[in-house]
Design a protein around this ligand. Structure first.
Ligand code: ATP
Ligand code: MG
Length: 426
C-alpha cells in the first residue's frame, strides 16, 4: 500500500532542526518581553468573512491563497493566512481596545495555498506584533528598534536591511490610484500579465512588480509621495527623525506598498539579500482603519509579521545555527535485570529532582550492557551510570565517564551526587 506523506508545502521540523527554531523562538520571547509586550494566542481557524473583510477581496491572499472549507454545519471557515485580523478580532471581542493602549505579540502557524518553493510554504510560522491605541510615529519607531534588536540578538544585523515608505491615508491613496491607473492604462500592452490584471483590481500592487519591463514603465509613473496628505507627510518625517536618532539605518522605497488592503501611513519591510527571491523576513505597517472596518471603534494600530522559516533558512545559510542544544543529554542510566531496572527508574527520578536543569535518559527496552553502552555513547551523555544485579543488591552504582579519561568508579548510591559533582561540567 502507498505510504501517506505530508501535504505539499507543509513541513515537518525534525529533531535536528528544532534547536535553531528554539533559538529563534526563545530570542523572540526575550526581546518582546524586554519591551513589555504581552503574548496573545488566537485560534487557527476563523470565520472566512474575517479575512475577506480585513485583508481585502482583491488581494492575492483572499483571491487565491486561502484554505477555506465548510464546517459540518455549513459555516464557511478559513485556516488563518495571517494573524493581524484574528488579533484585532480577539482584542475587540474581549474589550482590550476600549480607551487602552496594548502591545501584543503572538507566534504560530499560518496557511496559504501558494506554490511551494524555498522560503515559501503552505503552512509557515509567523511572529506577529500588534500595537493598539497609539497614534505614532513614536510607536512605529519602537517596532523598528525592536526588530533591529532582534536581528542583533539573532546575529543577523549585518544581513538585514530596512525599507520604509508612507502610503498615506485612504483618501490620498484613492487620488493617487486614479492618477496611476490613468498613466498605466496608456502603457497597458507593455505590462506583464499579472500587472495588467491588477490594473482593474489592485493597481497599487503593480508598484512592487518584479518584472523588469513593468519596472521601467513605472519609472515614468506618478509618485505616491506627491499625493500624500500633510498629516501622513509629517508623520513620516518624524518617524525618519526618530530612526535617525536611534541609529536604525533605512532606505525610503517610494514603491513599497503592502499586499494587504488595510495599511495606511507607515509601511516597512526588513529584507535580506542572502535568500534569493524570498527575501522579505519581516513586514508591517500602520493600519488605523482596520478595527473600525471590522466593526469596532476607530483605533490606532500598527504592527508587523515575521516569517520564521525565512529566518531559520538565513541562520542555516550563514551557519549561525547554535551548536549547544538545550536538550543535550548529561547522564545515561543503564540497568540489567528486573531489580536494577526498578532502581534505574527511581534513581533517575531522584537525580532529576536533585539536579534541576540536567537531562537524564533512563535506558528502556533491555539488552546487554554492551548494547546499552553503545546507546549511552551515541546519546552524547557525559557520564553513564551502570546498575547491575550485584550493584543494586549492595546499594551501589557504577559511574562511567564517557567523554574524559577519568577512571570508572563504583560508589554508594547515597554518595552519587557528590561523586557526579566533580565529574560533570556546567
Ligand atoms: P511575499 O511578498 O513574500 O509573498 P507577503 O507580502 O505575502 O510576502 P506578509 O503577508 O506580509 O507577506 O507576511 C509577512 C511575512 O511572512 C513575510 O515577509 C514572510 O517572511 C512570511 N511569509 C509570508 N508568506 C509566506 C509563505 N508562504 N511561506 C513562508 N513565509 C511566508
Ligand atoms: Mg505573499
Amino acid at each position: 500500500m502507498a505510504k501517506i506523506q505530508a501535504i505539499r508545502g507543509m513541513n515537518d521540523i525534525l529533531p535536528d532542526q528544532t534547536p535553531v527554531w528554539q533559538f529563534v523562538e526563545d530570542t523572540v520571547r526575550k526581546v518582546v518581553a524586554s519591551y513589555g509586550y504581552q503574548e496573545i494566542r488566537m485560534p487557527i481557524v476563523e470565520q472566512t468573512d474575517l479575512f475577506r473583510r480585513s485583508i481585502g477581496e482583491v488581494t492575492d491572499i483572499v483571491e487565491k491563497e486561502m484554505y477555506t472549507f465548510d464546517d459540518r454545519n455549513g459555516d464557511s471557515l478559513t485556516l488563518r493566512p495571517e494573524g493581524t485580523a484574528s488579533c484585532v478580532r480577539a482584542a475587540e471581542e474581549h474589550g482590550l481596545l476600549f480607551n487602552q493602549t496594548q502591545r501584543l505579540w503572538y507566534m504560530g502557524p499560518m496557511f496559504r495555498h501558494e506554490r511551494p518553493q524555498k522560503g515559501r510554504y503552505r503552512q509557515f510560522n509567523q511572529v506577529g506584533v500588534e500595537c493598539f491605541g497609539m497614534n505614532g510615529p513614536d510607536i512605529d519607531a519602537e517596532l523598528l528598534v525592536l526588530s533591529a534588536r532582534l536581528w542583533r540578538e539573532l546575529g543577523l544585523a549585518e544581513h538585514t536591511r530596512l525599507e520604509i515608505n508612507s502610503i498615506g491615508t485612504a483618501a490620498a491613496r484613492q487620488e493617487y490610484r486614479a492618477a496611476l491607473v490613468t498613466y498605466l492604462s496608456g502603457h497597458k500592452d507593455q505590462l506583464d500579465s499579472d500587472s495588467q490584471r491588477r490594473l482593474d483590481t489592485n493597481p497599487l500592487r503593480i508598484l512592487d512588480s518584479k518584472n523588469a519591463q513593468t519596472q521601467k514603465i513605472l519609472d515614468g509613473a506618478p509618485c505616491l509621495d506627491d499625493y500624500l496628505d500633510a498629516e501622513s507627510r509629517e508623520h513620516f518625517a518624524r518617524l525618519r527623525e526618530l530612526l535617525d536618532a536611534a541609529g536604525v539605518a533605512y532606505t525610503v522605497n517610494p514603491r513599497l506598498v503592502r499586499g494587504l488592503d488595510y495599511y495606511s501611513k507607515t509601511v516597512f519591510e526588513w529584507i535580506t539579500d542572502s535568500l534569493g527571491a524570498q527575501g522579505t523576513v519581516c513586514a508591517g505597517g500602520r493600519y488605523d482603519g482596520l478595527v473600525e472596518q471590522l466593526g469596532g471603534k476607530p483605533t490606532y494600530a500598527v504592527g508587523f509579521a515575521m516569517g520564521l522559516e525565512r529566518l531559520v533558512l538565513l541562520l542555516q545559510a550563514l551557519e549561525l545555527v547554535p551548536q549547544k542544544v538545550n536538550s543535550d543529554i548529561d547522564i545515561y542510566v543503564a540497568a540489567l535485570g528486573d531489580a536494577a531496572v526498578t532502581t534505574a527508574l527511581t534513581l533517575s527520578e531522584q537525580l532529576r529532582t536533585d539536579l534541576p536543569g540536567r537531562s537524564i535518559v533512563t535506558h528502556c527496552g533491555g539488552g546487554s550492557f554492551k548494547s546499552q553502552m553503545k546507546r549511552a555513547d551515541r546519546s552524547g551523555a557525559e557520564v553513564a551510570l551502570l546498575l547491575g544485579e550485584n550493584e543494586v543488591n549492595a546499594g551501589l552504582v557504577t559511574i562511567k565517564p564517557l567523554r574524559s579519561d577519568s577512571a570508572q568508579q563504583t560508589v554508594n548510591q547515597n554518595e552519587l551526587l557528590g561523586a557526579l559533582d566533580g565529574l560533570m561540567g556546567q
